[in-house]
Write a protein that binds this ligand. Structure first.
Ligand code: G3P
Length: 226
């Protein structure tokens, strides 16, 4: 499973890329606004930092404008991916970029039917938003299961499922169990993946036991074993 960082914050990208666990980066207009940047201000630097796909989202709502933005974005780096909203115009732009072998990430996906259309339009990635479905009392992971099942039924569809809008590590685990190709995580969620209180407590107990035994052996004149 590929793990992407969902951030436009250059410092945060640097921090998480350094862990070796980041396979790519996704951004969107909200994340850009949070750091007060436009794509041209930060995507080139992120592309240089990351050895993987970097999604930059267009803000046009018509295919012509989307394609114009895409023509600018592809200059940011060889690993840039054009992120397009899953609307009719976005799928028109997706199909055109697909014929030009320009990678795309079709975002704001909320139904399996939308995901099927995006795959037929040649999307490189589809981004279903699981957290936002949960926010409206709908099980977002059901959508992932349906998309993965549909895509697996048609091997000719090459679109990768990129699970987005993840709110907690359990959603990542369930997405991996379902066979989703990728997931994009805010830094906060990435951080949570490492931790468990029983791991911390177990390590503390191991070290306490070792140091206690070492001191006892030193008192008795022995040498602690390596
Ligand atoms: O990549 C999409 C993601 O940033 C959306 O997450 O939490 O705003 O639903 P969220």
């Amino acid at each position: 499973m590929k793990l992407f960082l969902d951030s436009a914050d250059l410092d945060e990208v640097k921090k998480w890329v350094a862990t070796g666990f980041v396979d790519g980066v996704t951004t969107n207009p909200t994340l850009m606004a949070q750091v007060g940047k436009r794509p041209r201000d930060v995507i080139p630097q992120i592309c240089a930092l990351v050895n993987g796909p970097v999604s930059a989202e267009v803000t046009s709502t018509h295919a012509k404008g989307m394609l114009e933005e895409a023509a600018e974005f592809i200059k940011f780096g060889p690993n840039v991916v054009i992120k397009l909203p899953l609307i009719r115009e976005g799928l028109i732009a997706c199909r055109e970029l697909s014929t030009q072998n320009i990678p795309t990430n079709v975002t704001l996906c909320f139904t399996p039917a939308q995901a099927l259309l995006a795959a037929k339009a040649g999307a490189t990635f589809i981004s279903p938003f699981v957290g936002r479905l949960d926010d409206v009392a709908t099980d977002g992971m059901v959508l992932i299961d349906e998309i993965v099942t549909i895509y697996n039924n048609y091997p000719a569809l090459s679109t990768e499922v990129l699970v987005a809008s993840i709110r907690h590590p359990r959603q990542l685990v369930d997405a991996a169990k379902m066979g989703a190709d990728c997931a994009t995580l805010p830094g906060k969620i990435f951080n949570q993946l490492f931790d468990h209180p029983l791991t911390d407590r177990g390590l503390e107990q191991f070290l306490m036991a070792y140091h206690t035994a070492s001191m006892k052996m030193e008192d008795e004149g022995g040498e602690p074993s390596e």
